[in-house]
Design a protein around this ligand. Structure first.
Ligand SMILES: NC(=O)c1ccc[n+]([C@@H]2O[C@H](COP(=O)([O-])OP(=O)(O)OC[C@H]3O[C@@H](n4cnc5c(N)ncnc54)[C@H](OP(=O)(O)O)[C@@H]3O)[C@@H](O)[C@H]2O)c1
Length: 376
């Protein structure tokens, strides 16, 4: 079974049935992970006389919302309870407002995981339900419901892409050997999980040196999977023309973020199908915040930053890593191999990035740690 890459801690000991149903709704929501963006992932249940009679989740942007899917095919839901992990919407977007559909269906009670951060909803969906005489309970598994929608919250509140940092390291904390060799540190099972991750994100980003040393493809090789846009950060767009990224740019987009580029190189990269994105000048290189804002402007809800150390260090120093996924393999590489995160680093332990809601899962002989940098 594929691991849940947005794990949230759910205390199974709760004897409140609405909490237990919300846990089911959150698990349903996860099924929409790969195709819901830029929309949120949402799960919903319809409960009548203590029995779940309808289930739904938001499968894909433009498709029915979770509540509508859960109501589908049910004859009479008057007085029923609807459990939904995110506040029902109250405006006409790609689909009509879900709050109106719930009112029209005559449901008696709605239980909401968390409010929608979108300013066009932000509590107004709940108000509309209450104004129609529906009982509403808000904030059941609130933090878990927000964490599940980390990308949607960051997109709405900060108008930038959500940033997931991912690396694979040895037990002694190295991402490559002293000669720069790094393929492969992690187990095949972990690398399969990375393919699942690539299918879920809109873009994947690496530094110029990783592009030159590793010559990666960064595509998604899952059957039916979708490859993310490949993004390279390189001050002068120094990405090998004969490398796999450039050679496949006509099939899967490659965006090269740089601060300057010689004319002939720019032309050659463009002819090969790459897009060269000139970034504002700054003494310390391209600012991570510019990268995340620009990616969001281009429709990317979530970017996977895969390294190497300098790039990861830049994003960590800027306080812009929202989620970390770290594979730890039972290997010891020793010597002067690089550690995963470079940059300026923390001066004191207290000043380091402390992740919350951390889960550890086995990934064959590796361990996968997932944690969040969540201040909302
Ligand atoms: N185990 C893993 O999970 C993993 C994952 C990825 C990489 N790696 C390994 O990591 C090693 C490479 O890491 P690294 O730290 O040496 O290099 P890196 O982070 O991959 O790339 C550094 C380069 O990225 C560009 N860059 C970074 N920040 C920039 C900024 N703010 N503005 C403009 N350009 C910026 C620059 O490219 P230019 O030089 O072109 O200006 C810089 O030289 C390789 O050995 C690779 O195999 C391991």
């Amino acid at each position: 079974m594929s691991p849940d890459l947005f794990p949230v801690s759910l205390d199974p000991s709760s004897d409140d049935p609405e909490v237990q149903w919300m846990d089911m709704a959150l698990q349903l929501a996860e099924r929409g992970r790969a195709r819901a963006a830029p929309n949120p992932v949402v799960g919903a249940l319809v409960v009548r006389e203590g029995r779940v009679v309808g289930r739904g989740y938001h499968r894909a942007c433009g498709g029915p919302h979770a509540e509508i899917e859960a109501l589908q095919g049910l004859q009479d839901v008057r007085g029923a309870t609807v459990i939904v992990s995110l506040e029902p919407c109250c405006f006409h977007g790609r689909t009509p407002p879900c709050a109106d559909a719930l009112i029209a269906a005559g449901v008696g009670r709605v239980v909401v995981g968390c409010l929608d951060p979108n300013p066009r909803v932000a509590g107004q969906g709940v108000e509309r339900l209450r104004a129609a005489g529906i009982e509403v309970r808000v904030g059941v598994r609130e933090r878990a419901s927000q964490l599940k929608n980390g990308p949607f919250f960051i997109n709405q509140l900060q108008q930038r892409s959500f940033c997931t940092a991912k690396w694979a390291m040895s037990l002694d904390g190295k991402i490559a050997t002293r000669s720069g060799h790094s393929q492969w540190i992690s187990h095949q099972t972990s690398r399969d999980t990375v393919q699942q991750l690539r299918d879920q994100v809109g873009a994947i980003l690496v530094g110029g040196r990783t592009a030159r040393i590793d010559d990666p493809r960064l595509t998604c090789r899952l059957p039916g999977g979708r490859s993310p846009v490949r993004v390279v950060l390189s001050s002068c767009a120094d990405v090998p023309l004969a490398g796999q990224l450039v050679q496949t740019a006509h099939q899967v987009p490659v965006w090269i973020f740089c601060q300057s580029v010689p004319d002939d190189r720019e032309q050659a990269l463009r002819d090969a199908g790459c897009e060269v994105v000139l970034c504002p000048a700054s003494g310390s290189g391209i600012k991570p915040v510019f990268v995340l804002q620009e990616l969001y402007r281009r429709g990317i809800s979530e970017v996977l930053v895969e390294g190497g150390a300098q790039v990861l260090g830049g994003f960590v120093d800027a306080g812009l890593v929202d989620r970390c996924l770290v594979f730890v393999a039972p290997k010891v590489l020793g010597g002067a191999g690089p550690s995963p995160v470079g940059g300026r680093g923390a001066a004191t332990v207290d000043a380091g990035l402390e992740l919350s809601d951390v889960s550890w899962q086995a990934s064959a002989s590796d361990q996968l740690a997932i944690g969040y940098n969540w201040k909302h």
